[in-house]
Design a protein around this ligand. Structure first.
Ligand code: HEM
Length: 434
C-alpha cells in the first residue's frame, strides 16, 4: 500500500508540477504531503522518478540499517584532516585564539546592537580554514561578506534549482536567463576564484618536507601526470569545505546565542556550569565538553529546535527495497524530513518548547540519538566532531565574558526563515561585558 498523491505519467504528481511552476520550497511540499499522508510519503517527480519522504525517526532507522557507500574523496578528507588535528588539540588552540579576539571586539561594543552572525562568521571560519588552506581573514576583510553572500546564494539556489531542474532538464532552456540562475553562476564563480587563488599560492610555495594543510597534503599525494583532473577534484572538495565553514557553524551559533538571549535563565545556567569548571580564564579544551552536560544539552536542543537542514536528501536507492511494508522502487530518491523528525510530539512531548533539560538524565542519551542535525547515511556531515567542538569552544569563550540580550525586551528575533538552511530572520543582539 502506498501513501501519497497520484501522478501524471512522465510529469510526476500535480503537487510537484505546481512546485516547479511557482518556485515553492521542497520542505513545504513535504510537510503538506506529510500532514495528509502520514510518516512515509511517496510521490513522483518528472520522468516518473519516485521520491520517498521519511518523517519519523523509527522509519529512518530501518533505512539506515541498509548500510552506506563510502566515497573516495570523503575518505581522503576525513583521513587527511584527522591527521592534521582537525578534531583535537590544534582546534582548541586556534578556536581559543579566534574567540579571544572576538570577545575583545564585542567588549568594546558594550551595549550596542551587533549582528552576531556577521561577527561570528570570520572568527569561526578562520579556525576551519587554517586546517584546509592555512588561511585566515582579518576581522574586517570585505571578502568575508562577499563569500558569505555567495555561499548564501549557492546553498539557497543550488538545492532549489536542482530540485526543479534535475528532473526537468529542458526547463533550463527557459530559465537560463532568469536572475536566480545568473546569481547562482556568479556566486559559484566568486567562490571558485577565491579557492583557485589559494591553490595557486600553494602550488608556488609547496615545501614537500613541511605540508601545511589539506591543500598541501593533497598536492603531495597526487601524481603529477593527473594534474588537471586532480586540481579540478581538489576544487570540488574545497568548495564543499569552504561552504561548510562559512554557513552552518556561524548560523548554528547565532541561533544558540539568540535563544539564550531569549531565555536568560538558560543562559545563566550554562554560564554557571562553564565558570565552575573553567574559572574565569582557562580556555576550554575538547575534553571539557564532556564535563559540561548542561552546555552540551543546550547546543543539542538548539540543533533540534531550529533544525538547520529541514530536508536532507538521503540517497537514491540502488535496488528495490521495502520499508515497514511499503515497497520502495529502485532509483527512488529518499528525503528525510528532519524538521518533522525533530518535532514529532510522540517522541518529544513538547517539541515547540526550547528545553535543554530534556537531554539530561536517563532518557537524555536516547533522545540525543534522535537528533540528526548532521544528517545521516552516506552523506552525513564529515565535520561533525569538528563542528561540535567549535560550537562548544566559542560558546564557552563568549559566555564567560559576555551576557547577550535581545535588542528590545520581549522582542522575538528568533523566527526561522527556511531557505534550505533554517536561518534566523535577524541575528541582532546586544553584548554586555561581565
Ligand atoms: C553546525 C555545523 C554543521 C552542521 C549542522 C552541518 C550539517 C550537515 C548536514 C546535515 C550534512 C548532510 C547534507 C546532505 O544530506 O546533503 C552535511 C554535509 C557536509 N558537511 Fe556539514 N555541517 C556543519 C559543519 C560543517 C563544517 C564546519 C564543514 C567543513 C569543514 C562541513 C562540511 C560538510 C561536507 C563536506 C558535507 C558533505 C559530506 C558528503 O557529501 O560526503 N560541515 N553537513
Amino acid at each position: 500500500m502506498r501513501a501519497g498523491p497520484v501522478s501524471i505519467p512522465l510529469l510526476g504528481s500535480w503537487e510537484f508540477i505546481q512546485l516547479c511552476w511557482t518556485g515553492g520550497r521542497l520542505e513545504d511540499l513535504c510537510r503538506r504531503l506529510g500532514a495528509k499522508y502520514g510518516p512515509i510519503v511517496f510521490f513522483r517527480i518528472a520522468l516518473d522518478t519516485p521520491v520517498v519522504v521519511i518523517r519519523t525517526y523509527d522509519a529512518l532507522k530501518v533505512l539506515l540499517a541498509d548500510g552506506s557507500k563510502w566515497q573516495h574523496n570523503r575518505k581522503f578528507i576525513i583521513r587527511t584532516l584527522g591527521r592534521l588535528g582537525f578534531n583535537r588539540n590544534k582546534l582548541e588552540t586556534l578556536a581559543s585564539a579566534e574567540c579571544s579576539k572576538l570577545v575583545e571586539d564585542l567588549v568594546e561594543l558594550k551595549g550596542q546592537v551587533v549582528n552576531i552572525e556577521r561577527d561570528l562568521t570570520g572568527a569561526i571560519a578562520n579556525v576551519t580554514l587554517k586546517f584546509i588552506m592555512n588561511f585566515e581573514f582579518e576581522s574586517h576583510d570585505p571578502r568575508i561578506g562577499e563569500l558569505k553572500e555567495a555561499s548564501f546564494h549557492i546553498v539557497r539556489l543550488l538545492a532549489n534549482i536542482q530540485s526543479h531542474l534535475d528532473f526537468f532538464p529542458w526547463l533550463a532552456h527557459f530559465s537560463s536567463e532568469r536572475s536566480d540562475v545568473k546569481t547562482l553562476a556568479r556566486s559559484l564563480d566568486k567562490v571558485s576564484d577565491f579557492i583557485k587563488a589559494r591553490i595557486d599560492e600553494h602550488i608556488e610555495t609547496l615545501d614537500e618536507a613541511h605540508p601545511r594543510d589539506f591543500i598541501d597534503e593533497y598536492l603531495l599525494q597526487t601524481p603529477k601526470a593527473d594534474h588537471d583532473t586532480s586540481i579540478e577534484n581538489l576544487l570540488v572538495m574545497l568548495k564543499d569545505l569552504l561552504l561548510g565553514s562559512l554557513e552552518p557553524p556561524p548560523i548554528a551559533l547565532s541561533w544558540t546565542i539568540l535563544l539564550l538571549a531569549k531565555h536568560p535563565e538558560v543562559q545563566e545556567r550554562v554560564r554557571a556550569e562553564l565558570t565552575e569548571l573553567l574559572g574565569d580564564h582557562r580556555a576550554p579544551t575538547v575534553e571539557d565538553e564532556r564535563q559540561c552536560p548542561y552546555t552540551q544539552a543546550t547546543i543539542e536542543e538548539t540543533l533540534r529546535f531550529v533544525t538547520l537542514t529541514p530536508i536532507n536528501r538521503h540517497s537514491t536507492t540502488q535496488g528495490a527495497t521495502s520499508l515497514r511494508g511499503y515497497h520502495i522502487p529502485a532509483g527512488a530518491m529518499v528525503l528525510a524530513d528532519q524538521h518533522s523528525l525533530h518535532h514529532d510530539p510522540a517522541v518529544w512531548g513538547d517539541p515547540d518548547v526550547f528545553r535543554p533539560d530534556r537531554f539530561l538524565g536517563e532518557d537524555g542519551a536516547k533522545l540525543r540519538e534522535q537528533v540528526r542535525a548532521f544528517g545521516f547515511g552516506p552523506r552525513v556531515c564529515l565535520a561533525e566532531a569538528h563542528a561540535r567542538s567549535l560550537l562548544f569552544a566559542f560558546l564557552a569563550g563568549l559566555l564567560r565574558r559576555i551576557e547577550f540580550r535581545l535588542p528590545q525586551k520581549g522582542q522575538v528575533a528568533t523566527m526561522p526563515v527556511y531557505q534550505v538552511l533554517s536561518r534566523p530572520s535577524e541575528t541582532l543582539v546586544v553584548p554586555f561585558p561581565r
